[in-house]
Design a protein around this ligand. Structure first.
Ligand SMILES: NC(=O)c1ccc[n+]([C@@H]2O[C@H](COP(=O)([O-])OP(=O)(O)OC[C@H]3O[C@@H](n4cnc5c(N)ncnc54)[C@H](OP(=O)(O)O)[C@@H]3O)[C@@H](O)[C@H]2O)c1
Length: 324
């Protein structure tokens, strides 16, 4: 099978396309013919060796994909050959075949392309964990989503609308933000052209946002304290700006704010009932069409370095995928 292999940590141009034997499914696993695998910001970090999870070299990158089951290992109950599935593997998805535990499978909605299915899991799990479990977002609350032009941000816009919130979304480009508006945002802010802090206050009659969802970090997070509502919840999702924030605790005290760290995957590994809730709720939401990914770029497996550079250059709107 063709696979992307990371033998040396560093720039994506160091990645190789190699021919490897098709793996055998072990007990409780299925073998999947991968049809599409989605790119994620952490893929670039993992290949560079700067992500918190550091797989042993050599490794096949990619953490989420979709395809068809081609074989069942012993005891792999509940699935059949030919089933279209969404799966996660950390890492190992940028290859024509992957073996996966049945616990890491969701059914792929029939009406979705493999590209859409491949791009669902990480963004949807993150938005769901953050908004439902960590912030308990309620109907009619104001949700401010930063990084809304990216994968996890756009999923939060879609889920926020589904949960009945009023959604304000920020991003750095008017063209990309028009897609975010199409995905349901009530109001979009180009942070390069407009200071989001006074605008969020204006849009909420001075009250501020009840929940802030922030994959950007740095100054974006620090300044969000200024436009959070009294009793607001601020969700730390990631640091695409390159830096975590140094916070002044006075705003947190004065406005009784809650600052909440989110690690959607890790939290479920520590808290079994959450993994069971993901397994039940994420396929249900997909079947309803909630958090259907927007795919702006499609690449062949051989173009993996170009795909990663496109993500790094912030040209992707929503998600980019490799098609196999
Ligand atoms: N906590 C969790 O469980 C979890 C799970 C998955 C991912 N994450 C993290 O979430 C983050 C986003 O991942 P993703 O896959 O959505 O990435 P992505 O698709 O590449 O999106 C990145 C977003 O960040 C924005 N951005 C980048 N640099 C910025 C800057 N300097 N200032 C303001 N905005 C900036 C981009 O907006 P513009 O280009 O429009 O400015 C874009 O919307 C990553 O840090 C990732 O590690 C966390």
């Amino acid at each position: 099978m063709r696979a992307v292999l990371c033998e040396t940590l560093g720039d994506p141009s160091l990645l190789k396309i190699v021919d490897l034997p098709v793996p055998e499914p072990q007990p409780g696993e299925v073998l999947i013919r991968v049809r599409a695998a989605a790119l994620n910001f952490p893929d670039v970090l993992m290949v560079a060796g700067s992500y918190q999870h550091k797989p042993a070299l050599p490794f096949i990158p990619g953490v989420e994909a979709a395809g068809e089951i081609t074989a069942l290992g012993p005891g792999a109950a509940g699935w059949s050959v030919g089933d279209r599935v969404i799966f996660g593997k950390r890492p190992g998805c940028f290859a024509e075949y992957a073996t996966v535990s049945v616990e890491a499978l969701f059914p792929a909605p029939q009406q979705w392309s493999f590209a859409e299915a491949a791009a669902y899991r990480v963004a949807a799990t993150t938005a769901y964990n953050a908004l439902v479990h960590r912030a308990a977002l309620k109907p009619r609350e104001v949700l401010l989503v930063h990084g809304a032009t990216g994968g996890v941000g756009m999923a939060a816009v879609q889920l926020g609308k589904h949960l009945g919130a009023r959604v304000i979304a920020t991003g750095g480009d008017d063209g990309k933000l028009s897609v975010v508006r199409d995905q349901g945002a009530d109001f979009v802010i180009n942070y390069r052209a407009t200071d989001f802090v006074p605008l969020v206050k204006d849009l909420t009659d001075g009250r501020g946002a009840d929940v802030v969802y922030d994959p950007v970090g740095g100054e974006t997070f620090a300044r969000s304290l200024r436009c959070a509502a009294f009793g607001g919840r601020l969700l730390i999702i990631g640091f695409t700006s390159g830096d975590p924030s140094i916070l002044k605790s006075n705003h947190i005290l004065i406005k009784c704010l809650s600052v909440i760290g989110v690690r959607a995957g890790e939290y479920a590994r520590h808290h079994r009932p959450l993994a069971e809730d993901y397994a039940r709720e994420l396929p249900r939401l997909a079947a309803l069409g909630v958090m259907r990914p927007h795919i702006s770029h499609r690449f062949a497996l051989e173009q993996v370095a170009e795909a990663m550079r496109t993500l790094q250059a912030r040209q992707v709107v929503g998600k980019a995928v490799l098609e196999l």
